[in-house]
Design a protein around this ligand. Sequence first.
Ligand code: AP5
Ligand code: MG
Length: 191
Amino acid sequence: MINIVLFGAPGCGKGTQAQRLKEHYGIDHVSTGEVIRDQIRRGTELGRSMESYIAQGKLAPDEIVIGMIAEYVAAHKESAGCIFDGFPRTTAQAEAFDAILEEHGLKVDIMVDIHVPEEELVRRILLRGKDSGRADDASEEVIRGRLEVYRMQTAIVSDYYAAQGKYASVNGTGTMDEVFGRIATVIDGLK
Ligand code: AP5
Ligand code: MG
């Protein structure tokens, strides 16, 4: 099983590239943001408890997100591989993730960090926000707040994987095909 952590600031292209990687490598994809939005849409108790975090662009509590991933890994432990999109986002999540995977005899193979300049991120998200229906895409203030949360709480998670020799950074600008090619080169280099 090959486990890829797809990392980077809001709007860098994690979801876009995860979709392509999923098809190309025949592996699974889980986005914690999508799981949370789905819970909100379905009006579950978990969804209701997460709604304000998402709308304000703040991180959901570690224990809830870690619980979601623990459940996901247990249900997919026989999978050929998985792309983890938007998780882990704090060092506490990264540590818990290692423990969860280890319980099933699994590990993270690589973190791929997609780099895009901040003004391009804002431009992409504002464009998507016109029809995404995502509460956190609606205003530039919230978008900039999400980027701030990324800088203050999430960016540091790359150090955790770099210390394990499992970190690769790719340029996330250019066409979606170009970015895909750069990520595929990293993944193919693992074999
Ligand atoms: P999440 O859903 O993970 O959102 P995000 O990280 O803010 O990132 P986005 O989904 O906005 O962007 P993306 O990187 O997937 O880019 P995309 O491919 O869409 O998280 C949302 C919220 O959930 C968080 O704020 C938090 O509240 C909560 N949450 C989630 N995970 C959590 C966790 N682990 N812990 C705690 N809380 C958590 O691309 C963006 C746009 O750009 C698209 O329109 C796309 O078409 C376009 N685009 C893509 N590539 C290119 C390109 N090369 N050129 C031009 N445009 C491009
Ligand atoms: Mg996404």
